[in-house]
Design a binder for this molecule. Sequence first.
Ligand code: DX5
Ligand code: ZN
Length: 219
Amino acid sequence: MHKKLVAPSLLAADFANLQRDIEMVNQSEADWFHLDVMDGVFVPNISFGMPVIKAMAQHTQKTLDVHLMIVDPDRYIKTFADLGSDNLTVHYEACNHLHRTLQSIKAEGMKAGVALNPHTSIKLLEDTIQDIDLVCLMSVNPGFGGQSFIENTYQKVADLKNLIEQKNSDTLIEIDGGVNATNAKKLVEVGADVLVAGSFVFKSDDPTSTIKALKEQIA
Ligand code: DX5
Ligand code: ZN
């Protein structure tokens, strides 16, 4: 069984105090640093532009887990490799040639992730699961932090876990959106390996303790 991981999402950080919030994550028990990249086309929102992303990447000391919510993500694979991304996740819905995109990500030395929107079936990954290092199941519609967790995610996690086992793959399951203390434990019980948490961490009174508590809850 994989160690269970927590990945704070900087989307919910205080952008006027980015260095402080990145430092907080560095010093915390967080495992990964989740970076949400939005283009205003694939999702209605725009998050950080490239200069800001570069500055953030330079400061983080955790595994850099980049979630691309952009159309035609192949255009940026090399850019994200060059700035030190460890994981690069693209959306299934944004790729015409997913298999090729996954190979390109790996050829640049990164782990390859695929994110699925809430309406996208895990069955669509039957033929690629062995090529995927990480599946990111969206438990909200992507584009914004602070939304409510979609309950049928539990069933999707369980089904995906079955598929991974059936195919004898080593793929990690990451959950992104609306993660908090009420759903974290159940998510890992049904098979999740990595929990992304934005608002729950950064909008809490003491983010460092919230990360610690989340880790303890899923250990
Ligand atoms: C949503 C992003 C998430 C977001 C999660 O499109 O992919 O990573 O930051 O935020 P919370 O935890 O607030 O739902
Ligand atoms: Zn994300």
